[in-house]
Design a protein around this ligand. Structure first.
Ligand SMILES: [Zn+2]
Length: 194
């Protein structure tokens, strides 16, 4: 009885591992095809941050050789009608975009919307500020994290084993879980599912 239960658990684990392998295979197929993602940049509500700086940094982060580009994505800025909408938003506008998913305390990704919370963009997070990490690194992290959701990533809960770095998909704005702050996708995160 006990052994057959273990057998069932093992079979379930193998099945779920096979699903994961297939999902990764699909993801790498997308990467091999050098997918182009068009994006536009806009603003919602009352914005206290420097809009020009947000626009410039968004372009820089998405074009950075350390970023999602390494997963085979080519980001192309368009004036409007992009596949991905990067939006700097007043906190209440972030929450209003998807009240059951997003809050006014954090940034949030919903469908094609990558909503960066104006408060967090200006002030960073306690988790980063307590360690004296620069606002620039926080901004890189938060944009890469939310774009990662758009690319099909969910949260990761633990540090990278070898280096102790936080995966970019660890929710670093709310806590580092003992990991080193990290703004860029780790090699193990370089896949997309669009
Ligand atoms: Zn997240």
């Amino acid at each position: 009885m006990f052994e057959s239960l273990i057998g069932l658990i093992a079979a379930a684990e193998i099945a779920s591992a096979q699903v994961e392998v297939q999902e990764k295979a699909d993801a790498y197929f997308a990467v091999a095809n050098q997918t182009t993602v068009t994006y536009d940049v806009s603003y919602r509500g009352t914005i206290l941050s420097d809009k020009g700086e947000f626009s410039r940094m968004t372009d820089e982060i998405l074009a950075d050789a350390r970023g999602w580009k390494r997963a085979g994505i080519r980001f192309k800025r368009v004036d409007s009608g992009g596949r991905m909408h990067v939006i700097l938003a007043e906190p209440k506008e972030v929450a209003a975009a998807a009240p059951t998913v997003c809050s006014d305390k954090l940034s949030c990704s919903v469908g094609s919307l990558v909503l960066i919370n104006d408060d967090r963009w200006r002030g960073g997070s306690d988790s980063y500020n307590e360690l004296g990490v620069s606002i620039e690194r926080y901004r890189q992290m938060v944009l890469n994290h939310e774009v990662g959701h758009f690319l099909g990533h969910r949260h990761i809960l633990t540090c990278e084993t070898a280096t102790g770095q936080a995966p970019v998909m660890l929710q670093q704005s709310t806590g580092l879980a003992g990991c080193e702050p990290n703004s860029w996708p780790l090699p193990s995160e370089l896949w997309v599912r669009l």
